[in-house]
Design a binder for this molecule. Sequence first.
Ligand SMILES: NC(=O)c1ccc[n+]([C@@H]2O[C@H](COP(=O)([O-])OP(=O)(O)OC[C@H]3O[C@@H](n4cnc5c(N)ncnc54)[C@H](OP(=O)(O)O)[C@@H]3O)[C@@H](O)[C@H]2O)c1
Length: 265
Amino acid sequence: MVNTQAVTRRAVVTGASSGIGAATVRALRAQGWDVVGVARRADRLQALADETGATTIAADLTDPDAVAALAEELEATGAVHALVHVAGGARGTDRVENGRLDDWRWMYEANVLSAQMLVASLLPLLRRAASSDGHADTLFVTSTAAQVAYPGGSGYNAAKAAESMLVKVLRQELNGEPIRVVEIAPGMVHTEEFTLKRLGGDVQAAESVYAGVEAPLVADDVADVIAYALGSPGHVNLDLITMRPVAQSAQHLLARGPLRVQPEA
Ligand SMILES: NC(=O)c1ccc[n+]([C@@H]2O[C@H](COP(=O)([O-])OP(=O)(O)OC[C@H]3O[C@@H](n4cnc5c(N)ncnc54)[C@H](OP(=O)(O)O)[C@@H]3O)[C@@H](O)[C@H]2O)c1
């Protein structure tokens, strides 16, 4: 039976220990959601919990036992109205012929298999919440790397494209159920760790990726869009939102230097 009382909705946000995930926890808390933030680094999660009033669970989302334990803990502690899967990332910029198997394996596990395991484990809880409270949500942060190949895209192109396909399949499989399936595909987002981790901790190389770019997206920009998608009326499914900084008109077309209006002829 659908609950007609206003309920406080609870979202599970992965990747909560940094960047877009942490910003999403803040944005959803500001909109009145109960939030459970998930990542591996418990110290960072604790700081975010202290700051925002979110609860947190430390888990390695590439470990099937950890995902099962997460689902059990969530079930024991309340409803799950939304799964927001932000965790993931890139490793390496090698050509395909030089790709390191460990990097490729990490990217497939962190971006794709984590998404599959989360869906498998949390869908029963999302269905329960949708039956009692009208609808439930799944939202995945993929990337423009899921849409456009580029030299050195490495396993990141492959993994994000696979994650994006999973999202599209899921939306069709859930047809007829009041469960939304949303994909957010950001272009360049200047977060503290993403590029640093991709480039093996090379601070200078990581900074040079953003050098001269006026106003790349920041984590809060993506979090705002996530909060908007989840806050929109329950019958509105934003299938795919591709978002980039104005300076990045296409994957390969990145303006460096100040943005300037072309002088009148
Ligand atoms: N930054 C960009 O330019 C950009 C652009 C498009 C898409 N994206 C995507 O947006 C998402 C977030 O990116 P970001 O910039 O915020 O990167 P980030 O700061 O590196 O955040 C990645 C998050 O994923 C978590 N994580 C990684 N492996 C995990 C695992 N095995 N188990 C649990 N949590 C794990 C990390 O937490 P722990 O290390 O504590 O586990 C961290 O919280 C990623 O999926 C990324 O591919 C980023």
